[in-house]
Design a protein around this ligand. Structure first.
Ligand SMILES: [Zn+2]
Ligand SMILES: [Zn+2]
Length: 365
């Protein structure tokens, strides 16, 4: 097995997740923040606000409802990667992802102004919004994370404004390949005395609309299956050698009109050579040998992993929609395959544990 494949795909023997993000919540009720990660931000926001099952059982969480999702970080190559990032974001003062001096300086800064600075042994100082954004900015440039194709999307305009203010003051510029998007979420305009579920259970449309399934990969997988299944002799677009029918680590260009296929190892070498980064093992992006379109390595990997390990996910993706009969029972063509939501359930199970660990540290007093 090729080592690149082993690193980025094979370990979990599951396809690369369709979507995984880290998020920053803000209490609309008290001055408190919470950092977490999820494959489904809309559902998770609902859980935090108590509108769906799996919601917070902890009263400390409940007292701060409603929670607002201020921003998400996306583009993690695996669930494990997102969890690492989440942990580092929560514990920037302790993480080994950050050089010692930066860590100590940050710790000092955090303890400054407190009457009784906690002893250094296990400091968990509360963090302001500014500190959290600073940490986020810092993490994006740290070696361990700097090669992941990460992006940030802001839903709270004022949080974005604070982010920009911070960026303008920073000496180190943010890496240019991080896309920053601002898509303000509409919040319910309710009279202050409305004590309704509307207030706490509200999930903005813009968050509901985040594609969390494999839809954006569907056309690419379909195309690959067609091209690889046509029985014709194929030639690697990079090394020009013929490809054997049983070869499995084959990449297919996602561009509709392009029929280029290549060995994964060849394409990886080509991308790395274009990047001119001698230390890198896994590429970030490069051009298709045939149509010259700039392609992201993570997109190629996601499609390949889905094709190789995503049998269940593909069944879900290509099945016809569940049809409910008028009597409420499910139609014949349904239920043979699990729903995407069911597949994700196991990924969400650690929710309450995460809360137990972090929630006390997240309050600003
Ligand atoms: Zn080749
Ligand atoms: Zn192409």
């Amino acid at each position: 097995m090729n080592s690149i494949m082993a690193d980025s795909v094979k370990i979990e023997s599951r396809p690369i997740p369709a979507f995984y993000c880290c998020y920053l919540l803000r209490s609309k009720n008290r001055k408190a923040f919470y950092i977490g990660s999820t494959p489904n931000p809309a559902r998770r926001l609902g859980q935090h606000n108590g509108s769906s099952k799996g919601g917070a059982k902890r009263t400390s969480m409940q007292g701060k409802r409603p929670w607002e999702m201020t921003c998400i970080v996306t583009g993690f190559p695996s669930r494990a990667a997102a969890l690492q990032f989440e942990w580092a974001w929560q514990n920037t003062h302790a993480t080994r992802h950050i050089e010692r001096e930066v860590r100590d300086a940050r710790l000092e800064e955090l303890q400054k102004g407190r009457k009784n600075p906690s002893p250094v042994k296990r400091p968990r100082p509360p963090m302001s919004l500014e500190a959290r954004l600073k940490n986020l900015h810092h993490l994006l440039g740290v070696g361990s994370f700097s090669r992941w194709p990460l992006n940030i999307r802001f839903f709270a305009q004022d949080v974005f404004a604070q982010w920009e203010k911070h960026i303008s003051k920073m000496k180190t510029k943010l890496r240019t390949d991080v896309t920053i998007r601002v898509t303000p979420a509409e919040l319910p305009k309710l009279a202050p005395d409305v004590q309704s579920e509307m207030r706490t259970h509200f999930i903005p449309e813009i968050i509901r609309a985040i594609p969390v399934a494999y839809e954006d990969c569907k056309v690419h997988v379909e195309k690959s299956k067609n091209i690889l299944g046509d029985g014709q002799q194929r030639t690697c677009g990079v090394c020009r050698l013929g490809m054997r029918a049983e070869e499995s680590l084959v990449l297919v260009c996602p561009v509709e009109t392009c029929r280029a296929v290549s060995h994964m190892a060849c394409m990886s070498q080509k991308f790395l050579a274009e990047e001119k980064n001698v230390d890198a093992i896994i590429p970030v992006q490069g051009t298709c040998p045939s149509c010259q379109t700039s392609l992201r390595w993570s997109d190629l990997m996601k499609e390949l992993s889905l094709r190789m390990y995503g049998e269940e996910e593909l069944k879900v993706m290509f099945k016809t929609k569940r049809k409910k009969k008028s009597d409420g029972t499910v139609g014949e063509d349904a239920d043979e395959f699990p729903d995407i939501d069911e597949l994700e359930v196991d990924m969400d199970e650690d929710l309450d544990e995460t809360w137990t660990e972090n929630v006390n540290d997240d309050e600003d007093k």
